[in-house]
Design a protein around this ligand. Structure first.
Ligand code: ATP
Length: 415
């Protein structure tokens, strides 16, 4: 397996906007990296550039020690698995799995029954080697089929398989090649939710067993979070952040990442932070005050420049970082909807007597931070009903602060 390196890679399609705009990315040997982002952000094009199916407009791509920027796809030593499986419809599962390897062998030794017969007569040693390699291919195909649980399907054609079985064959075809890196383009999108989850677990196991370098494209942030050692979030052809799933969830680089990552939307509230010597106060749809001894005061204090006492911000917090509590610093909401999810209860609420004090520009509208709902994740047996009024307390150590125009996370630790 090998490391994959992208250096300032761009791709501009004729007459179109920049699909990939100066992407630099290092995927470690044996790493599972997921490229995630909304439709049209350039993730598939990035993968196709690595595979060599598209040519870079500029930049360099390395696989292992080799510069492969101008190398043909078949010589890049990568295997790609697509959403639509791309199996040969007229071939059996066995032949779909063995085809690539047999083709390579035939190129080397000459193929066909006649070729093999002549070879036996005139080049017995070479013929012996060829027979041995064919046996190795057969062994590899059967081992791979066994690993993926499709050994009983080897004689079937693709149209006689379910979607999940076809995807396993596509995966098997990549595995038998033992490539330097695996590239996956939304490979599970056509499967139902349960099968998708099962295949994710299998992919993780395969990644471990094969010690493989894997690059995986998806628009599904849950898939990205569950599969990736690291996740790269893309938008508009650029990579906005690369980090472990927890890092991008807890320390998003900006509002876009904060909003894109997380199965429940982050709570965002524009407002103003004001500082005095012994406290800081947030004024937005609700007000929160932190005294000098609280962690919130220390974290927020770092945002101010010398002599500055007021700052426009967007406050962000996750639904699980809020609790029902009447203690000092809480704010009152009215419960509007309740989702009983089994493992937790999701409360939709509206701040009582709200008072918006914050910049209302297009940037905020675009990121959804003008939505007035506050989402709160509570225990499964939370005894609340629509119309209840309760006080909420936000965990001050978990609150995120964003610059309202650029969207940058003001507290993200610099690396
Ligand atoms: P999706 O999740 O919908 O597949 P994506 O993030 O993978 O989206 P890409 O397929 O990489 O996005 O496309 C990025 C941009 O490049 C889009 O604006 C798309 O319209 C454009 N694009 C992709 N392929 C071509 C092409 N062959 N010619 C012109 N423009 C293209």
């Amino acid at each position: 397996m090998a490391k994959v390196l992208l250096e300032h890679v761009t791709k501009q399609f004729p007459g179109a906007t920049m699909a990939v705009d100066g992407v630099s990315l290092e995927i470690e040997d044996q790493e599972f990296l997921v490229l995630v982002g909304p439709s049209g952000c350039g993730k598939s094009t990035t993968l196709r550039l690595i595979a060599g199916l598209e040519a870079c407009t500029s930049g360099v791509i390395r696989i292992g020690a080799r510069d492969v920027t101008s190398v043909a796809p078949k010589d890049r030593d990568i295997a790609m698995v697509f959403q639509n499986y791309a199996l040969y419809p007229h071939m059996s599962v066995y032949r779909n799995l063995s085809f690539g390897l047999t083709l390579r062998l035939n190129r080397k030794f000459g193929g066909g029954v006649i070729g093999r017969g002549l070879s036996k007569i005139f080049q017995p040693q070479r013929a012996g080697e060829s027979v041995q390699l064919r046996a190795e291919i057969d062994n590899k195909v059967r081992q791979t089929a066994l690993r993926l649980g499709i050994e009983h399907l080897l004689d079937r054609k693709p149209h006689q398989l379910s979607g999940g079985e076809r995807q396993r064959v596509a995966l098997g075809r990549a595995i038998v090649r033992n490539p330097a890196a695996f590239l996956f383009d939304e490979p599970l999108s056509n499967l139902d939710a349960k099968l998708r989850q099962q295949m994710r677990v299998e992919l993780k196991r395969l990644h471990r067993d094969l010690d493989a370098t894997m690059i995986y494209v998806t628009h599904d942030q849950v898939e990205a979070m569950t599969l990736g050692d690291r996740v790269a979030v893309m938008n508009d052809g650029r990579i906005l952040q690369v980090g472990s799933p927890l890092e991008i969830y807890q320390q998003p680089a900006n509002l876009f990442v904060a909003k894109f990552i997380g199965s429940v939307p982050i709570n965002l509230c524009p407002g103003t932070v004001r500082r005095s010597s012994d406290r800081v106060r947030f004024d937005g749809r609700f007000q929160i005050e932190w005294r000098a001894e609280s962690p919130g005061f220390k974290r927020l204090g770092g945002l101010f420049e010398a002599g500055q006492s007021e700052l426009k911000v967007v406050m962000g917090f996750r639904a699980e970082d809020v609790r029902v509590s009447g203690e000092e610093g809480s704010f009152e909401v009215e419960v509007t909807e309740i989702d009983r999810l089994g493992e937790s209860t999701m409360i939709h609420s509206r701040v009582c007597g709200h008072n918006v004090d914050g910049p209302e520009d297009d940037n905020l509208k675009k990121t959804g931070s003008t939505d007035e709902t506050v989402l709160v994740r509570l225990d499964p047996d939370a005894k609340l009903v629509s119309g209840d009024r309760v006080n909420l307390m936000v965990d001050s150590g978990r609150v995120m602060w964003f610059e309202p125009v650029s969207g940058e996370n003001l507290l993200k630790e610099q690396k």
